[in-house]
Design a protein around this ligand. Structure first.
Ligand SMILES: NC(=O)c1ccc[n+]([C@@H]2O[C@H](COP(=O)([O-])OP(=O)(O)OC[C@H]3O[C@@H](n4cnc5c(N)ncnc54)[C@H](OP(=O)(O)O)[C@@H]3O)[C@@H](O)[C@H]2O)c1
Length: 258
């Protein structure tokens, strides 16, 4: 395996591949210093992007989404399979290569300890059977949760992942910021957040509570007043509240929105 990119996912994937016994031919980086640091961590060679590449059974493009196509086009089209790791991008970005695929780990990777991939869903696809088998073999060695989805369904899954993960996390950030700004301990939100997440996993439809779910328009109007100094957050509060209101109180559709 050859890792191209020396960022967060390269770090995590490099560790888990090594632990699973896959040989690492090297880490390729546009910054040789970053590739060397990761290469040292993973006990494999570092290569400057643009220099000749070592032989590898698979080239893994772990670069920013916007760089995938340009970096793919820099690699020799010598028949070596190439994959990217992006949930929202098609295999067309790799069209310079005859054997191309994707392995999207549905997880949010930060810095710190190497992630445990065993429960992370790995969404795979490829344009030919041999490459799909190669990726499937690697993916199922790393995780017990491998699914093959074509591009259109990957995009839908990626959209839902953003809505179900990034949005609530950002809303918790904003809610915490408002409390801290008024000298109130933001960790008071944590038990509520955890219980809501647990209940939502059982039945998201039944887990929705709060003023918009109940149709308490006066409470929502007062809360909007408290957001007078936060116009963007106020608009987001109103948009989400209207969505909840219209979903659970369909008779409010077509009426004046908040
Ligand atoms: N992080 C996650 O939670 C996550 C989850 C699932 C999938 N992914 C996917 O994993 C891939 C990598 O993401 P990441 O989180 O590892 O990103 P990252 O930590 O930001 O690392 C991106 C890497 O791409 C390199 N790069 C950026 N532009 C480049 C260019 N024009 N030419 C050459 N190299 C370039 C960067 O080089 P420098 O270090 O020199 O800037 C860095 O090594 C993306 O496709 C992303 O969608 C990420």
């Amino acid at each position: 395996m050859l890792l191209i990119g020396a960022g967060r996912l390269s770090f995590h994937l490099g560790h888990v591949l090594r632990k699973a016994g896959f040989g690492l031919a090297g880490v390729v980086g546009r910054s040789l210093a970053k590739a060397e640091a990761l290469g040292k961590e993973l006990a494999c060679p570092a290569i400057h992007l643009g220099a000749p590449l070592p032989n590898a059974g698979l080239r893994i493009l772990a670069v920013s989404d916007d760089a995938i196509q340009a970096v793919a086009e820099m690699l020799p089209a010598d028949g070596t399979p190439v994959i990217h790791l992006s949930g929202s991008n098609s295999l067309e970005l790799l069209q310079a290569h005859a054997h191309r695929g994707v392995m999207w780990p549905m997880h949010s990777f930060g810095t710190g300890e190497p992630a445990d991939f065993s429960t992370i869903p790995l969404v795979i696809d490829a344009d030919d059977e041999a490459t799909l088998a190669l990726i499937g073999n690697m993916a199922s060695t790393l995780s017990g949760h491998v699914v093959q989805l074509p591009m259109e369904q990957r995009q839908r899954l990626h959209l839902s992942a953003v809505m179900a993960s990034n949005f609530p996390v950002f809303l918790l950030r904003e809610a915490s910021r408002l409390l801290t700004g008024h000298g109130i301990d933001a960790t008071l939100l944590h038990p509520l957040w955890k219980t809501a997440a647990e209940r939502a996993l059982q039945d998201p439809d039944k887990a929705v509570t709060g003023p918009a779910r109940r149709g308490d328009v006066n409470t929502m109007a007062k809360q909007l007043e408290l957001l007078a100094d936060e116009p963007e957050l106020r608009r987001a509060y109103a948009a989400l509240s209207n969505l909840i209101l219209h979903t659970y109180h369909p008779e409010t559709r077509g009426q004046q929105d908040l």
